[in-house]
Design a protein around this ligand. Sequence first.
Ligand code: NDP
Ligand SMILES: O=C(O)[C@H](O)CS(=O)(=O)O
Length: 490
Amino acid sequence: MLDATTDLKSLLNDPSLLETRAYIGGQFVEGEDTFDVTNPARGDVIAKVADVSRAQVAGAIAQAETAQKDWAKWTGKERANVLRKWFDLMMENQEDLAVILTAEMGKPLAESRGEVAYGASFVEFFAEEAKRIYGETIPGHQRDKRITVIKQPIGVAASITPWNFPNAMITRKAGPALAAGCSFVARPAAETPLSAIVLAVLAERAGIPAGVFNVVPSSRSSDVGKEFCENPAVRKLTFTGSTEVGRILLKQASEQVMKCSMELGGNAPFIVFDDADLDAAVEGAIMCKFRNNGQTCVCANRIYVQAGVYDAFAEKLKAALQKMTVGDGLKDGTDFGPLITKDAVEKVEEHIADATSKGGEVILGGNPSELGGTFFQPTVVTGATQDMAFANEETFGPLAPLFKFENEDEVIAMANDTIFGLASYFYANDLSRVYKVAEALEYGIVGVNTGIISTEVAPFGGVKQSGLGREGSHHGIEDYLEMKYICMSV
Ligand SMILES: NC(=O)C1=CN([C@@H]2O[C@H](COP(=O)(O)OP(=O)(O)OC[C@H]3O[C@@H](n4cnc5c(N)ncnc54)[C@H](OP(=O)(O)O)[C@@H]3O)[C@@H](O)[C@H]2O)C=CC1
Ligand SMILES: O=C(O)[C@H](O)CS(=O)(=O)O
């Protein structure tokens, strides 16, 4: 079983992929210290990773600034070819990247394989977009004027990403950034740096030039964030994480009026109307709510079920969950891994206690798993109401609260009653209802008769306090480009 770095290396086809140093200017370097990375399923240390200093982060930014000048001169096709090679290497090493991801984050291996492929798809997609960064000509406003619009890379982009998708949240940013001709400095979450560093190992093997892609692992996230926001060489900050931290970073970045992309918190409603295919809705609810054990910003946080099908839905959901397995993500047959930390367990317990104190009923789970550690039983609470904590806060865990509603207007009002606006979902078959409800939901993403909406081809992002900008789709590269117009007198 996994209980030390050597054991983790023994699980890999290519043990050299388990790198623990920072990657700066094309060199793997030690930090001023190290910090521990633990396996959340067992709590033991699996790696000691370079803990870089703020000065080293500044050095990485300087290297990125220098490298970007030449990288921007490559043609789109030349950048595309090397990004395609990076994608190929990710997929050739998919199993090892998935094992490393599960070891440090805990999600089941099948989900980690999926994340590696999902993350790689952004590099594949934006390798193609690199060839299609078009400008335009505009008819002159005077007879002797000619106007041309061109798009150029912003420059050095810095990223701060969370632990829950430690591969895909980086490639969803680095893919378009490098395709646009930017250079990139990534600071991964302290809980999950290994998945970021292995991307650097593969970037070097793919021939991405030194300094273009850098990884600065650190235990002191706020120090790195300040360097990113205060260093004048950084022209773009891209963040994925909580709205609370997003606010901090936006305030810091405002000093330089820095361009920011923010993928922040969610509070997704999942609505089941009485004309829905109930079995499909139950299957969709499980995938949407319990993907990554509920530790996903687009997870269903509130499940609204129309009165006529409420009891049937609750029973079907309970029965389906009872067949699923909690366990170590590296073990075959595991459906739900551990939560990332004890704090995460405490938040789930707080939401359950709050609900039951206000009349909610636990019909499944409700307690830590007998496996101990940070394992938790998949939980269903009925009788949920809008005054309960999970109506306004992201649970970020395996807790499915079921709210009952009578009609469309009532459920749309409840669904929109939040400061968040990332993802939303509903199951219905009446076409008129589908159009009306999809247009009425105040969210950046609406899933209709599906619980999974994540893809590289669509513009992922939120409204209200769920973020700024979009990642993925042909829109995604715009966040790494500056538009310039040239007015020429002839
Ligand atoms: N919209 C989206 O696409 C996503 C949103 N999220 C949201 O993020 C939350 C869960 O992720 P979680 O990692 O706990 O979120 P956090 O916002 O706490 O952390 C996200 C990242 O920010 C870093 N960080 C924390 N504080 C600072 C700071 N002051 N300055 C610079 N960096 C900082 C963290 O580092 P460290 O961990 O080392 O402290 C981590 O790398 C949930 O609210 C979830 O909804 C998560 C993923 C995707
Ligand atoms: O971190 C997240 O929750 C991701 O944004 C979710 S997704 O992109 O994998 O859907």
